[in-house]
Every structure is written in C-alpha cells, then in structure tokens.
Design a protein around this ligand. Structure first.
Ligand code: PAF
Length: 292
C-alpha cells in the first residue's frame, strides 16, 4: 500500500491510476480502524479498480468539550489492516494541508444537519461537510464509501454532493456489528467491561422496535418508548435522543395512508464516557442497508 502524505503525491497517484483505467474508490476515515471500515474497503474493492483510503482526525467536526484530544490514533495497526484488506493507497494529510493559513470557507447543509446529532453537537456537520468537500475535491474519486452507522452523516453527505454537483457517487455500506449486536465504532475503545456490557442494549432496543414494527405497531412514540425502556433497564447513563424518522428525509415519522415511507429509528446515548450512536431501518430485511 502506498503512503501519500501530501497532495502532490496524492495527485500523482490519482493521475497514474486514472491513466491505467478503472474507477477510483475512496474511503475517508478518521483512523482507529475496525471491521466496519474494512467493510467499506471491501465494498470499494468490489466496485472500483483502485481504492484509496484517508485517515484524518478532523478537528473542525469536534466541539470544544469533545474527544478530539483523546480520539484513538492507531496508525501502525491501521496500516496493517488496510494493507491486508487490499487498499492500494493511504492519504494522510496534516491539519495544515487541509486547512492552510487563511482558510475561512464553511460548508453548511440545511435542515438535514440541524436535528438529532446536529442538535447535540452544534457545528459537527459543518465540520464534516467542509472536510468531506475538501477530501472529495482532492481525491476526485468516482465512488466514495460511507458507513450507514453514521446514518445522518451519510444523508448529509449525499445532500451536499447533490447540491454542490460534486462528480462522485456516494455509497452507504451496512453497519458491521459485534456478536451481541453492538455497532462497530472507534469509540467502543472507550468502554470498560461494564459499559461494554450495557452498550449491547442499543441493538437490543432497536431490534425490539423492529419486531414491534413488523408486528404492526405504527405509533412512533410507542416504538421510541420501547427502545428507551430497554436503554433504561440496561442502565445507560444518558439518552440524548431516540427518534423515529423518515429514512430519506429524516422528517419525523408519521404513517400516511397514501404513502408509506421507510422508518428509521435513530439513537444517541452516553455510556461510560463514550458517546455512541446507532440506527435501524425498521422496515428493511436486516434492519440496515436501505438503498436510497
Ligand atoms: O465518519 C467519519 O469517519 C468522519 O466523519 C469522516 C466522514 C471521515 C469525515 O471526517
């Protein structure tokens, strides 16, 4: 795997791959890689000829009291995983390369980015939107891959790519879960054994809501309360939100006689010093992966 530590090396690599033919797949990450990221690399390899990943812990998407300083940085292990997964190149920009002196542009997606995580983490999606725009412009991939665990982020990125007419196809890759259902996340490393045990309640709650949906329950408040109850019983410290939304627009879910939108249950909690998010599309086969 080639290491590309500046934009000149990146441009050279991209130009050479383009000349060789075949599409370029891009997997942007913040490192601390796990099986969820590897699923992105595998999806990219299946759909494109040349796969480049990036690792950049983006300061602008963290709030002042968030975990930017302690976010896990595991470059050596990440390089091994990417190499084993068949990633062809790793772009490793510095903060100065992404945000050079004088940088002052913002990218703000509207309503989609303002609720849920946008409400509990003000400015978070502005930071994601600006860095993803820069990375996509630098890498110029044909296809970019994002995990559906960050469901709202995925929709925000799709919106920005459409609105700014960026020439890239965005693909969402289903969430990879631990055997007890906990969604893989770099932040799971913050959990001690007891918090890790409690965190399994996120998937249990979402699965119960999905079972209730399949059994015919359509009242959003009832479904949300099922999830809340499971989280409470498990002793989850703080529930930021549990919310049933329309899967494409993230508007509050209201069943309509004439059009049935797919419902997605989204949640964010704090457990043992970690902020964890998860979601499930209640109407889809496996509860994840909705092609939109
Ligand atoms: O999902 C992530 O890892 C980050 O938010 C992303 C998309 C790489 C932007 O920093």
């Amino acid at each position: 795997m080639e290491l590309l530590t500046d934009s000149t090396a990146l441009q050279r690599w991209i130009d050479a791959r383009r000349a060789a033919g075949g599409g370029i797949g891009f997997v942007p990450t913040m490192g601390a890689l796990h099986a969820g990221h590897m699923a992105l690399i595998h999806a990219a390899r299946a759909q494109t000829a040349h796969v480049v990943a990036s690792i950049f812990v983006n300061p602008t998407q963290f709030g002042p009291n968030e975990d930017f300083g302690r976010y896990p940085r595991t470059l050596d292990a990440d390089r091994v995983l990417l190499t084993e997964a068949g990633c062809a190149a790793l772009y490793l920009p510095t903060v100065e390369q992404i945000y050079p002196e004088g940088f002052q542009t913002s990218v703000r997606v509207g309503a989609l980015a303002e609720e849920l995580c946008g409400r509990s983490r003000p400015g978070h999606f502005d930071g994601v939107a600006v860095v993803v725009t820069i990375l996509l412009n630098r890498v110029r991939p044909d296809v970019a891959f994002f995990g559906l665990k960050d469901y709202q982020q995925y929709l925000v990125i799709r919106r920005l790519v459409t609105d700014l007419v960026l020439p890239v196809r965005v693909v969402g890759v289903p969430t990879v879960r631990e055997p007890d259902g906990l969604a893989m996340s770099s932040r799971n490393r913050y959990l001690d054994a007891e918090s890790r045990r409690r965190a399994a309640a996120l998937y249990r709650g979402l699965s119960l809501a999905r079972e209730a949906w399949i059994a015919g329950e359509r009242d959003g408040t009832v479904l949300e309360n099922r999830v809340r109850q499971v989280l409470q019983q498990a002793g989850i410290d703080t529930v930021e939100y549990v919310s049933l939304r329309e899967a494409r627009s993230l508007r509050s879910y209201t069943p309509q006689a004439d059009r049935e939108e797919d419902p997605v249950m989204l949640l964010a909690v704090r457990v043992g010093g970690a902020r964890l998010i998860d979601n499930m599309v209640l109407s889809s086969e496996e509860g994840a992966g909705l092609s939109i």
